[in-house]
Design a protein around this ligand. Structure first.
Ligand SMILES: NC(=O)c1ccc[n+]([C@@H]2O[C@H](COP(=O)([O-])OP(=O)(O)OC[C@H]3O[C@@H](n4cnc5c(N)ncnc54)[C@H](O)[C@@H]3O)[C@@H](O)[C@H]2O)c1
Length: 340
């Protein structure tokens, strides 16, 4: 059994807790939270944009800590799961790694690439796993895309376009603060940046055109440039302040013998258009978000049990995604392409 201690019992802490309940071989043995009601198991005040409503929880058998150091000192805990606000990730992860724990931390890995690098180096030095919760490859539509690209079933990847555009998340107080959240590029579109890094490798340059809001990018198009000049990969992302707009995401992925399509907004389920004129709609399950997160926590436990980094959750990939997000922002600000 792998024992987990979650710190930060807000929206993601709750989703992770529920995901571990569906993860064989894992048990949440402790939580750490500064808000007394949440620590006591009253999760009704927790708010997010998907998944179930928070409710009163029976936390019998779960140690409760108001101080992070007490969680780190708990010898029963194997994995510290960090669901704190982004600007607290680096210090918490480094302290946990130094305390001899494996770390699973929510995205983005950190607020600054230098902090991400420190986290990666500490994990390496301490011989512990650093995993970052980039959940996109665990969502059915993206899992299908990832597996289809990797399998080369339809030949090699020629290019792709990813999209993730939302209306302003007005409930997120620090969203536009470059040091606390980083706006859409670091908070939201890092999911697509990470996916691009995962399936295409590290680009050699980025070119972003977009609108800034203060220090952070508001709405943008990015072209990722690779050593292979024929690999064309673009992302459209950000926010547009029209509150009627739902969360929209999707992709068009061009392979030698098929195109993969998905668009949450236009109600386009995952669709495969093949060279011989066929249109296939693979069955991908019910789409319960807690199940998707449980696929992710199962991968955390698999990696810890095997004692080997996860190819999907590895901290170095997440660090690269953050580096790219900063290059994209710099490119947008300066109006020119940036070498990576
Ligand atoms: N993967 C996804 O789809 C996804 C979705 C939403 C958020 N996130 C990420 O998850 C992380 C957390 O976001 P959230 O929406 O859950 O935030 P949240 O504000 O809902 O929860 C954060 C919790 O941490 C607690 N906290 C703050 N400082 C603390 C401390 N020092 N010790 C203990 N507890 C402390 C707060 O009281 C709060 O309960 C962020 O990095 C965010 O980017 C990921």
């Amino acid at each position: 059994m792998t024992n987990v201690g979650i710190t930060g019992l807000g929206f993601m802490g709750m989703i992770h807790y529920l995901a571990y309940e569906r993860t064989r071989g894992a048990k949440v043995k402790a939580i750490c939270e500064t808000q007394p009601d949440r620590l006591a198991g009253d999760w009704r005040s927790i708010k997010g944009n998907f998944g179930p409503q928070g409710k009163r929880m029976d936390l019998e058998g779960v140690a409760r800590y108001a101080q992070f150091d007490d969680l780190l000192a708990d010898p029963k805990i194997d994995v510290v799961d960090i669901c704190l606000p982004p600007d607290a990730h680096a210090d918490a992860a480094i302290a946990a790694l130094k305390a001899g724990k494996h770390v699973f931390c929510e995205k983005p890995i950190a607020m600054k690439p230098a902090d991400a690098e420190r986290m990666v180096k500490t994990a390496r030095k301490r011989g512990k796993l650093l995993m970052i919760g980039h959940v996109l490859p665990f969502f059915a539509a993206y899992r299908f895309a990832y597996q289809t690209i990797k399998s080369q079933k339809y030949g090699k990847l020629l290019g792709a376009h990813f999209k993730r555009v939302i209306s302003d998340p007005v409930w997120m107080t620090h969203y536009w603060n470059a040091d606390k959240s980083g706006g859409p590029m670091v908070d939201l579109n890092i999911h697509d940046t990470h996916f691009v890094r995962l399936v295409c490798g590290m680009p050699k340059a980025v070119q972003t055109v977009g609108r800034m809001r203060g220090e952070v990018v508001e709405l943008f198009h990015t072209q990722f440039l690779f050593a292979d000049p024929q690999l064309m990969v673009t992302v459209t992302g950000g926010t547009i302040n029209q509150q009627g707009r739902p969360f929209t995401n999707g992709y068009e992925i061009y392979l030698e013998q098929a195109t993969l399509l998905f668009d949450s907004h236009a109600a386009m389920p995952v669709t495969v258009l093949t060279n011989d004129g066929r249109i296939n709609r693979p069955k991908l399950g019910a789409g319960d978000p807690v199940d998707d997160f449980a696929t992710e926590t199962k991968e955390v436990i698999r990696a810890v049990t095997a004692g080997k980094p996860s190819p999907l959750l590895d901290g170095e990939l997440a660090r690269d995604a953050l580096v790219l997000a900063y290059k994209q922002t710099e490119s947008c600000r300066r109006g020119r392409s940036m070498k990576v």
